[in-house]
Design a protein around this ligand. Structure first.
Ligand SMILES: C[S@@+](CC[C@H](N)C(=O)[O-])C[C@H]1O[C@@H](n2cnc3c(N)ncnc32)[C@H](O)[C@@H]1O
Length: 222
């Protein structure tokens, strides 16, 4: 049996491992594949979460027993469907999207996936529209996947609106491979601030799931 190196990096480089895992865990079914393909056909950018990230979201929502969740960054509804699947038949998702076109495609996705009654799309810049659900707090889960400069503010909102024990998830926490370097890019700088606050700000007990993009995850403790 080969052994692991003493200093371990994040993840494994061999793409065959991923193909093996896809075969065994089947992260993307027909419904999700249709959403990914239709979104691209409709001209949306190909920036939905990866198939395994979608499965992580479903399983994590399920493990957390989430019934009230918030998603910042809807796109075509791919990750929203994953979250709703994880929450089961009584789970409700508020999802926030800036673009009218993306919201329209997502609406169709929620309909096709049979979850439209439980998916509420809020249109406009999340920094403003998040206020629309303030009164419905506390939430069980918040997933951040929108403009990167907004991450620190979205984290602050989540810290104030999650229940204690609630789950914070954020995609692209590796800053597209730049998070550990000095940077002047406003998105990377914001993601660095976000990670530092999540890890050391005292409101969450947090870790980094070393997915391709980095899925930051924290449980609200205070
Ligand atoms: C990475 S995509 C989301 C992908 C989606 N979570 C998925 O995996 O299916 C980011 C989305 O956030 C939206 N967005 C960007 N800035 C925003 C803002 N300030 N408020 C709300 N939505 C925003 C974009 O229009 C885009 O649809």
């Amino acid at each position: 049996m080969p052994s692991s190196p003493e200093e371990k990096g994040f993840g494994q480089a061999d793409p065959l491992l991923r193909r093996w895992a896809e075969k065994v865990f089947q992260p993307e079914d027909e419904v999700l594949r249709e959403i990914r393909e239709r979104s691209i056909r409709e001209g949306l950018p190909a920036i939905a979460v990866g198939n395994f990230d979608g499965l992580h979201l479903e399983v994590l929502a399920r493990a957390a027993g989430a019934l009230k969740a918030v998603e910042i960054g809807t796109l075509g509804g791919y990750s929203g469907v994953c979250l709703l699947r994880g929450m089961g038949p009584h789970g409700v998702l508020h999802t926030f999207e800036f673009s009218e076109k993306h919201a329209r495609v997502a609406g169709e996705s929620f309909h096709k996936a049979g979850v439209a009654a439980r998916a509420h799309i809020h249109l406009g810049p999340a920094a403003t529209t998040l206020r629309e659900i303030d009164a419905e707090a506390p939430f069980d889960l918040v997933f951040i996947d929108a403009d990167k400069v907004g991450y620190p503010a979205y984290l602050a909102w989540a810290a104030d609106h999650l229940r204690e024990g609630g789950l914070l998830l954020a995609d692209n926490a590796f800053g597209f491979g730049e998070i550990h370097r000095e940077s002047t890019d406003p998105g990377v700088v914001a993601l660095q601030k976000f990670n530092q606050e999540l890890a050391g700000g005292g409101r969450f007990r947090a870790t980094m799931l070393p997915t391709a993009e980095g899925l930051a995850m924290g449980v609200k403790v205070r």
